[in-house]
Design a protein around this ligand. Structure first.
Ligand SMILES: Nc1ncnc2c1ncn2[C@@H]1O[C@H](COP(=O)(O)OP(=O)(O)OP(=O)(O)O)[C@@H](O)[C@H]1O
Length: 642
């Protein structure tokens, strides 16, 4: 492998780094990089990874660890690095979510925990507080029926918080009822019994990983040697637990940390994001602060509005400047007012349809955002879009599945068997196969040629099977399932699991395969041709609909936010800062156009029922005032306009 000298390294073709970004890319110190939306924070991490790998400043065989919040963000970063530096170098770039990183630590080093805190090998993962409450009220009461009336003294919100906050091991303190419950809760969740499997939540997993590293300094040392550099993306949303784990592993080591973030996009406060993560990081890691000012994403008019909002969220916010790719007047932001959600649906759907038909915009360039309950807020818009021949889908049902390597591989095999020009898929599949087989691309030429010829054969077989799929849902599903099983037995499931150990545990892999089979069947039955079915599965034909939380880090030509109303922002009075940040995230996803709707009546969820209710914007009046001050047009759309 030949490496580039640091002084000769340059970023990719379309990328120009502002001086502060170049400094951050090449720095050999701990840095906190602060920048607004679209400033290229994620891009900067990708560039920095390429710089460190291509120059060998991350010296072989050491690795870079990048931690993101969402699976698709981690995947996106990994893909950008792979694209620029090739799979071989990118193999030393480990891009993960916090949850997957802490789970991997626990799974690998579980035996380093004392018995009392060692979960079963195949523990269950719980994702809701409701399940924990059931364990407390069911299992603990059953085992300790004679305890005093402690249930009445327990505030479950405090208990949930302390389950992830209290240091391990927990010591019972007679003065503190919570320690009594927590000791038993940890015990029953770790050991399981009476029909309950060993069960953990992700915060508990993080806590256990932290505990195990504190107990085993040698494992900690090994991690410090494994990684030369660590990246922390979206650092504004780091929780206390996550930050503790980072400190436990990397504080006072020679590992170089780069954190990037934007305090105006802090929208995970409800999930325990630290409010002073930037200050803590600078202090603990003696990190320098670097600020970026360009906005590479949005048109000038939108940046103008973002700048107004940014100052209100944080009076010290840096003024974002326009990157050169736009003309001065570009960018549209409007509020659309309707009498009913049905009027809203008709107008939104026809505006979208018009834009797609007349302006060369694809469904994937447009995004519909809501604050919560996508299926309620967007139901009528989806229906109206359908009438106009435009598909829209609730993206969370696909986002995680499509970000998985095992799903991407299935898509690549299907593309190779059904679509003609698929060079990228060929390269990806043959790279995975070489990796799985342990071939060295510089030396094992003959083996790779043989493998590629077998791959070709296998693809021909898949093609003939796909050609025979019939217009019968059950048989179609069965055939797709067989083809996918065939793909994994061709690759070698055990070997594939060694490359991605996350799939070897529990039923995760099987669930992903079942889900892919289900969704591919639905897509095929819709089009009865494979090229369209695959495009549909990966979402090319549909407008994505998601919550603001799910839209973090993403960007679209046009963003339409449905329901800028008091009911959607029900906590605005008590959580003004968090809701302003959420609004800012929505606004800043748009490259060219951003619309917010208000409807005087709409369907909302009330006491478990969907009901039509009048809507108001009094609680949001300060937000509307900001939009008015920024000269955002408010359009009243009546039946006449429809
Ligand atoms: N240096 C650059 N030159 C040109 N384009 C860039 C540069 N950096 C980023 N971009 C482009 O600008 C857009 C925004 O970049 P990116 O997603 O990295 O921003 P971000 O700061 O992470 O945004 P956010 O915080 O809003 O999620 C992307 O389309 C990216 O390709």
């Amino acid at each position: 492998m030949s490496y580039t000298k640091p002084e000769n390294w340059s970023p990719g073709e379309e990328i120009t780094l502002e001086p502060a970004a170049e400094l951050a890319v090449k720095s050999e110190l701990n840095n906190l990089i602060l920048a607004g939306p679209g400033a290229g924070k994620t891009e900067l991490l990708a560039q920095r990874a390429c710089f460190l790998l291509q120059t060998n400043l991350c010296p072989y065989p050491q690795k870079i660890l990048a931690i993101s919040f969402k699976k698709d963000a981690a995947e996106n970063l990994k893909n950008r690095v792979e694209l620029r530096s090739g799979k071989e170098l990118a193999a030393r770039f480990e891009s993960r979510t916090f949850d997957s990183f802490s789970k991997q630590l626990l799974d690998r080093f579980r035996l380093g925990l004392p018995d009392a805190y060692r979960p079963a090998k195949h523990y269950n993962i719980l994702t809701s507080n409701r399940e924990i409450r059931e364990i407390v009220t069911g299992y603990i009461i059953e085992r300790h029926p004679n305890q005093p009336n402690w249930m009445h003294e327990i505030n479950f919100n405090v208990l949930f918080r302390r389950l992830s906050d209290d240091e391990l091991p927990i010591f019972e303190d007679g003065e503190d009822i919570y320690t009594w419950v927590l000791t038993r809760l940890w015990n029953v969740m770790i050991q399981g019994g009476n029909g309950l499997p060993s069960s953990l939540t992700f915060p508990m997993i993080s806590k256990l990983a932290d505990y195990l590293l504190k107990q085993n300094p040698l494992i900690k040392k090994a991690l410090q040697v494994t990684y030369s550099h660590v990246f922390l993306d979206e650092f504004q949303d780091t929780t206390h637990l996550q930050y503790e784990l980072v400190k436990t592993i990397f504080l006072e080591s020679s590992v170089i940390l780069t954190s990037v973030g934007d305090d105006k996009q802090r929208i995970m406060g409800w999930a325990g994001a630290l409010s002073d993560s930037f200050e803590q990081f600078k202090h603990d890691f003696n990190a320098s602060q670097i600020e970026l000012t360009h906005n590479h994403r949005s048109a000038p008019r939108l940046i103008e509005i973002q700048n107004v909002m940014a100052k209100i969220i944080n009076e010290n916010a840096t003024y974002a400047t326009v990157s050169r790719q736009h003309s001065d007047l570009e960018g549209v932001c409007e509020v659309w007012n309707f009498q009913t959600h049905l009027d809203e649906a008709v107008f939104v759907a026809s505006s979208i349809a018009k834009r797609i038909q007349q302006e060369n915009v694809t469904p994937r360039d447009i995004c519909i955002l809501v604050k919560q309950y996508e299926h309620i807020y967007a139901r009528n818009v989806i229906e109206e879009l359908g009438k106009q021949g435009v598909q829209a889908r609730i993206e969370k049902e696909y986002q995680d599945l499509l970000a998985e390597e095992c799903t991407q591989l299935i898509i690549d095999f299907f593309k190779l068997a059904t679509i003609e020009r698929t060079h990228d898929s060929w390269v990806r599949v043959s790279e995975v196969l070489s990796f799985v087989q342990g071939f060295d691309p510089d030396h094992d030429h003959l083996e790779i040629l043989k493998m590629e010829s077998e791959l070709n054969e296998h693809i021909i077989q898949i093609r003939s099977k796909l050609d025979r799929v019939v217009n019968d849902e059950d048989r179609c599903k069965q055939e797709i399932e067989n083809i996918i099983k065939g793909i994994y037995s061709f690759i070698g499931v055990e070997k594939f699991f060694r490359l991605y150990p996350k799939y070897a545990r529990g039923t995760f892999f099987n669930q992903l395969i079942d889900d892919s089979v289900e969704k591919l069947t639905t897509a095929y039955m819709k089009y009865l041709n494979w090229s369209d079915a695959i495009s549909d599965f990966i979402g090319l034909f549909s407008i994505p609909i998601m919550t603001i939380h799910k839209s973090k880090g993403l960007e679209y030509d046009t963003v339409i936010f449905l329901g800028l109303e008091d009911d959607a922002f029900w906590s605005f009075q008590t959580q003004r800062a968090a809701d302003m940040c959420a609004f800012f995230v929505a606004l800043s996803r748009a490259k060219k156009q951003c619309f917010f709707t208000f409807s005087a009546s709409r369907e909302i969820l009330r006491f478990g029922d969907v009901q039509v209710r009048p809507q108001f914007n009094q609680n949001l009046s300060s937000l509307y005032q900001i939009l008015q001050d920024a000269n955002v047009t408010v359009r009243h759309i009546s039946e006449v306009n429809l």
